[in-house]
Design a protein around this ligand. Structure first.
Ligand code: GLU
Length: 291
């Protein structure tokens, strides 16, 4: 139920994401401690381990389970099904595919709910091994976490009720109420692009969308990929204007966990070459990107 235009946009962006993997890779351990396979990576050099403890990769292997922070509020990427209770989406399936590659079974996974605001603190507290949750790679965040290579490319856009006078970010004026989510890049981006806007911040995307539906704001802003998920939930809303930022998604791991970062990157590449990435992309987003 996703508009053709969306398929076209995401096809293009995914091609960029795939093509851009090498150039956008984070500096540090991924390139200095390459792992030729998940099995050999267990013996990654000790420099990859934080001082005074086992690496997270070692912990994952000894516990036999990957603990992943995913969204529960974001249709297409990570949404908790209100009926059956399963958490479903592209990010969830990427996480399961990583569990299968690292531990041999996609069921060897525990999903924990993160929001944009809680994800880095939960990683820091070691409540989760990694974040797969529509998370943009930014220089600021690179100071706090290790990122994988880019696995999806989105761009920030606007969601409005159909017929709204807001057709693009240029229509946001003094007094326009813009809804966003705490901890998201979208908040700072919209304040920079439309400094006169009144930005109202919510804890999660379903709350922000409910507020838009209830008329508490004029527009909701976040990544186009997330907004198209909302359109799929309620076609009375539409995404307007061109994306006005680049939001390359990466998987985040605790700072210093370069052995895990190398294994994640290696397996992301594997999923792209063996066709699994395209399958998941087609399942959740639309047509698979051409190689
Ligand atoms: N990709 C943006 C971010 O990482 C917005 C989506 C989100 O809130 O997760 O902040």
């Amino acid at each position: 139920m996703i508009a053709k235009k969306w398929n076209f946009i995401v096809m293009l962006t995914a091609v960029f994401a795939l093509a851009g993997c090498a150039s956008t890779s984070t500096t540090g351990g991924a390139s200095s401690t390459p792992a030729s396979s998940p099995a050999t990576s267990a013996s990654a050099p000790s420099t990859a381990k934080p001082a005074g403890g086992a690496s997270v990769l070692d912990e994952i292997k000894s516990r036999g389970k990957l603990v992943v922070g995913v969204k529960y509020d974001t249709k297409l990427f990570g949404l908790k099904n209100p009926t059956g209770g399963e958490v479903e989406g592209f990010d969830v399936d990427i996480a399961k595919a990583l569990a299968k590659e690292i531990l041999g079974d996609e069921k060897k996974i525990e999903l924990k709910e993160v929001t944009s605001k809680t994800r880095i603190p939960m990683l820091d507290n070691k409540e989760i091994d990694m974040i797969v949750a529509t998370m943009t790679i930014t220089d600021e965040r690179k100071k706090q976490v290790e990122f994988s290579d880019v696995y999806f490319k989105a761009g920030q856009s606007l969601l409005v009720k159909k017929g709204s006078p807001i057709k693009s970010v240029a229509d946001i004026k003094k007094g326009t109420k813009v809804l966003a989510v705490k901890g998201a890049t979208s908040v700072g981006n919209i304040k920079a692009k439309a400094p006169e806007a009144t930005v109202l911040e919510f804890d999660n995307y379903q709350d922000a969308f409910s507020a838009l539906k209830a008329g508490q704001g004029d527009t909701l802003t976040t990544d186009n990929a997330i907004l198209y998920g909302m359109v799929a939930q309620d076609p009375n809303f539409a995404v307007v204007g061109d994306p006005f930022t680049d939001e390359p998604y990466g998987i985040a791991m605790k700072k210093g966990e370069t052995a895990l970062q190398a294994v994640v990157n290696e397996n992301l590449k594997k999923l792209q070459t063996n066709g699994e990435y395209d399958k998941l992309y087609k399942k959740w987003i639309g047509e698979a990107p051409s190689k």
